[in-house]
Design a protein around this ligand. Structure first.
Ligand SMILES: NC(=O)C1=CN([C@@H]2O[C@H](COP(=O)(O)OP(=O)(O)OC[C@H]3O[C@@H](n4cnc5c(N)ncnc54)[C@H](O)[C@@H]3O)[C@@H](O)[C@H]2O)C=CC1
Ligand SMILES: O=C(O)[C@H]1O[C@H](OP(=O)(O)OP(=O)(O)OC[C@H]2O[C@@H](n3ccc(=O)[nH]c3=O)[C@H](O)[C@@H]2O)[C@H](O)[C@@H](O)[C@@H]1O
Length: 437
């Protein structure tokens, strides 16, 4: 059945969600307070680099099944279901800043005069849904006929469309089942028989989301701690990850050692979980997360130190080529990018940083942006491989060797084929691997 769907907030999550809801056959209006974003989306263009998103936006805006607005009045009483896809960035005290969610609620709720379902998709601290439901019912003329559900999202940037069209699982958090029937209809088209659906209360739904991100972060920090052991003892962390990953109970994914995790989600979500755990007196969880974070921060610091060591303890005036600026390959997102943290640390110590990234634009103090790998490497005293775009793996070290002042590369993502680079006279230093491997 075709439903009328509104999607409020059209960033990484909302733009994808709106396009995919249209792909499922629903009528969709997306809303954002940013008029430039709305204009771009209405022209069928993606505001960010995300594979497969633009074709969906183009197709569905062209047919009129999908459109975007800045005006809450256009969608308030029009939609059967409103999805909240607002940002929940990290606040100054580590807790999630719920300002965007609250502001959207204050704009939408007073316009709701008929029964409707509001569905939260943002990642929020446990306890948020109960409060938001109360606010909606208090502010809406329709009062208790406005229901709220929590349907957290698990998509990965760079695979956002694929993950939305074919999710690993769907979670419906409700207050005693209110709104469940409608939610099942919304997702009736995409769900294959095999897609697990978890129906639960608000608190469980909120916690499932943050637990998933905390577990992924834990896997990465664990393998990075093992990488340090490998480095200290002369082992190879990649072979170690392959070997333990063969055990189906462990699995190979998220065991890639190196610079660690960044992005707009994992770092802020685990911090918010730790803060909420402290508020609820669950110190054992916040202590655990503090360990995960400390390892992650340590990797970035260690990388910067490795760079300084390779330049005899002083980077002042040295030209350092940085390959990769986005927080991971496949996106132009630089939020909490490990690569840029390292680059900034070295710029602050006086290095001249030249960054090349296939998609991300960098406008940071102390750094310039090259338009090609060759431009970045020309005259470089040191090369850092910090985000593992597939094209960096294809580089020909023989061709690059004459460009640089020193043939030294530090591979912060353990993805370069070190023996090939060494054959062309490069010194290759890999985090988590002994120098001989
Ligand atoms: N980025 C991702 O891959 C994923 C994000 N999430 C969660 O989804 C939520 C959104 O994340 P992103 O899309 O990355 O954030 P974002 O910052 O890219 O998007 C938020 C959008 O909301 C708009 N906005 C702000 N205030 C508004 C208001 N009052 N009314 C209407 N629009 C408003 C902003 O202009 C912006 O376009 C967060 O809670 C995040 O943790 C969940 C899964 C994946
Ligand atoms: O809540 C969110 O917003 C999303 O956060 C992550 O998705 P994303 O931030 O797009 O990126 P990931 O693919 O998880 O990568 C996160 C970081 O971990 C790093 N990483 C990943 C895997 C690995 O083995 N090692 C490693 O260092 C990446 O380089 C990247 O910096 C989760 O994977 C999604 O399921 C979740 O929906």
């Amino acid at each position: 059945m075709t439903l009328r769907i509104s999607v409020i907030g059209t960033g990484y999550l909302g733009a994808t969600h709106a396009a995919c809801m249209a792909e499922f056959g629903h009528q969709v209006i997306g809303l954002d307070i940013d008029p430039d974003r709305v204009k771009k989306l209405n022209a069928g263009q993606s505001p960010m680099y995300e594979d497969n998103l633009e074709p969906l936006l183009e197709r569905h805006t062209a047919t009129g099944r999908l459109r975007f607005t800045t005006d809450y009045a256009e969608l308030a009483d029009w939609a059967d279901v409103h999805f909240l896809c607002l940002g929940t960035p990290q606040g100054p005290d580590g807790a999630a800043d719920l300002g965007q969610l609250e502001s959207a609620t204050r704009s939408l709720a007073p316009l709701l005069t008929r029964p409707t379902l509001v569905v939260g998709k943002s990642t929020v601290p446990v306890g948020t849904a109960v409060q938001l439901r109360a606010l909606f019912q208090q502010l809406a003329p329709a009062g208790e006929q406005v229901e709220l559900a929590w349907n957290p999202e698990f998509l990965r940037e760079a695979f956002a469309v694929e993950d939305t069209l074919r999710p690993d699982r769907i979670v419906f958090g409700t207050d005693d089942g209110a709104g469940l029937e409608l939610l099942r209809e919304v997702y009736a088209l995409p769900l294959s028989e095999a897609t697990p659906v978890v129906e639960c209360d608000y608190a469980t739904a909120e916690l499932i989301k943050t637990a998933a991100n905390a577990f992924l972060a834990t896997k990465i920090s664990f393998i990075n701690a093992m990488a340090q052991m490998c480095q200290a003892a002369g082992g190879d962390v990649t072979l170690l990850a392959d070997a333990i990953g063969h055990d189906r109970r462990i699995g190979r994914q998220f065991l890639n050692a190196g610079l660690g995790f960044g992005g707009g989600c994992l770092p802020k979500d685990i911090r918010a979980l730790a803060t909420r755990a402290d508020e609820l007196g669950v110190g054992v969880l916040s202590d655990f997360i503090a360990g995960v974070e400390a390892i992650n921060t340590g990797q970035r610091l260690e990388m910067a130190e490795m760079a300084v060591d390779q330049l005899a303890g002083d980077v002042t005036g040295k030209r350092i080529a940085v390959l990769g600026a986005s927080f991971k390959p496949g996106t132009d997102d630089t939020r909490n990018s490990p690569a840029l943290t390292v680059a900034t640390a070295l710029a602050e110590r006086g290095a001249e940083i030249v960054v090349y990234d296939p998609q991300a634009r960098v406008d940071w103090p102390g750094m310039s942006q090259a338009s090609s790998v060759i431009e970045a490497l020309t005259g470089a005293d040191l090369v850092l491989h910090l985000t593992e775009w597939p094209e960096f793996r294809q580089l020909d070290p023989e061709q690059l060797a004459p460009l640089v002042t020193n043939r030294i590369v530090i591979d912060g993502r353990l993805k370069l084929h070190a023996p090939t680079w060494r054959r062309s006279g490069w010194k290759v230093v890999q985090m988590g691997r002994a120098a001989t491997l």
